[in-house]
Design a protein around this ligand. Structure first.
Ligand code: PGA
Length: 249
């Protein structure tokens, strides 16, 4: 049985004070939510406030990105060991906004994933097609290409420690959620690639999250799909009541 996992991606939102205020409201709402793992990924500067706020709770904290070198002359970058040292458990890698606006490729996704694993972080590795890909009937081809160019470069042992997030780019921040069937189809495609590359046990074990306009009122339908193991949530994770509604689907 795969434990469901609900992760919030705060993107470039909230100050440290707003981070603390969020957890004051949120933690009591999920205190009894033992059915799933929960994480929040704030901006780098708010990670210490978030780590302090969740101390003693079941909520984990993650980064939204990292650089693959451990340290060095890379102005503006943050490394995996730094995230680990400040109290992170997770890190999002290859989010479509990173791919779209900051030049991430499948090759950099692989380097970052390996760096995260070496530091003892759990990477949440994102894949997903653009609207044009879907309309051209290329969804499956894009997912296979992203898988082969990135995740497939891991060893079996490394693969066993990652979480995958399927995020159709056209559904991110648009209010257009993929239907549960569409999402499950894409998850099946990804799981089939996992089976081909890493074997049946790995395919059965890996958690694949859906991301893209997940809200309290559509999460239940998505989670009813056996293929969907949780959600990576942007907008709806910024409000304590709304993210608690997702966690307690
Ligand atoms: P959204 O973002 O929930 O606001 O669509 C999801 C994501 O980008 O991870």
């Amino acid at each position: 049985m795969r434990t469901p996992f609900m992760a919030g991606n705060w993107k470039m939102y909230k100050t440290a004070a707003e981070t603390t205020a969020f957890f004051e409201k949120f933690l009591p709402l999920v205190a009894n939510s033992s059915h799933c793992d929960v994480a929040i990924c704030p901006t780098f500067v708010n990670i210490p406030a978030a780590v302090a706020a969740v101390a003693g709770s079941k909520v984990g904290i993650g980064g939204q990105n990292l650089y693959w070198a451990k340290e060095g002359a890379f102005t503006g970058e943050i490394s995996a060991p730094m995230l680990k040292a400040v109290g992170c458990q997770y890190v999002i890698i290859g989010h479509s906004e990173r791919r779209q606006f900051f030049g991430e490729t499948d090759a950099t996704v692989l380097k970052k994933t390996v760096a995260a694993l070496e530091a003892g972080l759990t990477p949440i590795v994102c894949v997903g097609e653009l609207l044009a890909d879907r309309e051209a009937g290329n969804t499956e081809a894009v997912l296979v290409e992203q898988f082969n160019g990135g995740i497939a470069g891991l060893s079996e042992t490394q693969f066993a420690q990652i979480v995958i997030a399927y995020e159709p780019v056209w559904a991110i921040g648009t209010g257009k959620v993929a239907t549960p069937d569409m999402a499950a189809d894409a998850h099946r495609t990804i799981r089939a690639q996992v089976e081909k590359k890493f074997g049946a046990d790995a395919a059965k074990a890996v958690r694949i999250l859906y991301g893209g306009s997940v809200k309290p009122d559509n999460v239940k339908g998505l989670m009813a799909q056996i293929e969907i193991d949780g959600a990576l949530v942007g907008g709806a994770s910024l409000d304590a009541n709304s993210f608690a509604g997702v966690v307690n689907f």
